[in-house]
Design a protein around this ligand. Structure first.
Ligand SMILES: Cc1ncc(COP(=O)(O)O)c(C=O)c1O
Length: 386
């Protein structure tokens, strides 16, 4: 019910604290199955200080818009592009929708189709439905990366683009993007790389010596990349990133916004009014942490993932779905649903959505939390699957 009279601030806060007390929090170390994390303190400060900035009306917040564009340039540079075009958006979903929209709009196909791996994120389902683009699913190989030959088989005259994933949602697998790029060039179709998760992992992991393929604009067939600062970038939600190689893709999805207080602009994002503070926080975190700072964060996450994978192998009845590629470890066991239910009852934030339990080694996930989790898991598996 909408209240007639307002309450004191303190009373409102008290009620809210009570209502949200059932939430799991990142700092508790109990959330093991999320790609988000507790944001960096600098980013939180910035969001507080610049909470009123609206990038949907950039004529009013000219400085903030320049900072957003600097953030886009820094992300472009990280992804091997000297000058990129795009936006800091609400997340990977919006970024992927923008990419599909751009591919559709630059094509002149009557019944547009997008070829994408079976492992693709569900945001493409939304893109498909909204944009009238048919999804054509390509099979996975035994290692859960997309079968490039099957992608090739599925390319037709109606194909507006193909998708590769650099860090799948379920397993953190990186597709053979170099081969997909070659295909894209051969067939003259654009390649979108969904690096929503891997974008803030792979460049740093490679610098640390982990063997991972090229996945970004260094490959000529790659025309757009999704990269999310609100995942491994340490920025508060919402903060996604979409980068295009060429301006024409942004132009193809821009509409005039004539009535804004700051003057007429062209808008490519799905959202209209959108938070400037988070874009500023993306800029600030990149400036503050730099390549070396992110390398440190990724290095710890990669190491703990490999340690955790080895510990899992020691538990009878538990098996890895595959060796970890990034900082995601997924495992199976008999009676998975029973095990999941009991883990949840013990307060763990995990799910077994695709036939396995996925643990994402985000910065808030520490070894001591995992040790406790392993003890619980061992006990539960022994009890449920005697
Ligand atoms: C590979 C991939 N793409 C896109 C998304 C969607 O991102 P968001 O939830 O920020 O919209 C996710 C989210 O987990 C993802 O893993």
């Amino acid at each position: 019910m909408f209240p007639d009279e307002g309450m004191e601030e303190e009373a409102v806060l008290k009620e809210l604290r009570k209502k949200t007390s059932e939430d799991l929090t990142f700092d508790s170390g109990k959330i093991l199955g999320s790609m988000c994390t507790y944001p960096h303190s600098l980013a939180i400060r910035i969001v507080g200080e610049y909470i009123d900035r609206n990038l949907g009306d950039p004529g009013l917040h000219v400085g903030s818009q320049k900072v957003e564009m600097e953030a886009v340039q820094m992300l472009s540079n990280l992804l091997g592009l000297e000058r990129g075009y795009g936006n800091i958006v609400s997340g990977g979903t919006e970024a992927n929708i923008m990419a599909v929209r751009a591919f559709r709009n630059v094509s002149s196909v009557e019944k547009p189709e997008l070829v994408l791996p079976e492992s693709a994120h569900f945001s493409f389902l939304k893109a498909s439905e909204m944009l009238g683009v048919k999804l054509v699913w390509a099979k996975l190989r035994e290692d859960y990366s997309v079968d490039v030959r099957d992608v090739e088989d599925k390319i037709t005259d109606s194909t507006i683009g193909i998708v590769g994933i650099a860090g799948t949602t379920g397993l953190g697998v990186v597709d053979d993007i170099p081969a997909l790029s070659d295909l894209a060039l051969d067939y003259g179709v654009p390649l979108h790389v969904d690096a929503a998760f891997g974008g803030f992992v792979i460049p740093f992991a490679r610098a640390l010596g982990y063997e991972l393929p090229d996945f970004d604009f260094r490959l000529r067939g790659v025309k757009s990349v999704t990269i999310d600062p609100h995942k491994m970038g340490m920025v508060p939600i919402p903060a996604g990133g979409i980068i295009f190689r060429e301006k024409r893709f942004v132009e193809a999805i821009s509409v005039p916004a004539p009535y804004l207080a700051g003057g007429k602009v062209w808008q490519a994002t799905i959202t209209g009014t959108r938070p400037g503070a988070n874009a500023l926080a993306v800029w600030a975190m990149i400036k503050h942490l730099g390549f070396e700072g992110y390398k440190g964060i990724v290095g710890r996450a990669m190491e703990v993932s490999r340690w955790f994978a080895n510990e899992l192998k020691k538990i009878p009845g538990v098996y890895l779905i595959r060796e970890p590629v990034l900082n995601i470890v997924s495992f199976g066991t008999k009676n998975l649903e029973g095990v999941e239910e009991e883990l949840k009852r013990r307060g763990w934030g995990i799910s077994a959505h695709r036939g396995y339990i996925r643990i994402v080694m985000m910065p808030h996930v520490k070894r001591e939390h995992l040790e406790e989790f392993l003890r619980d898991l061992q006990e539960i598996v022994a009890g449920v699957n005697p």
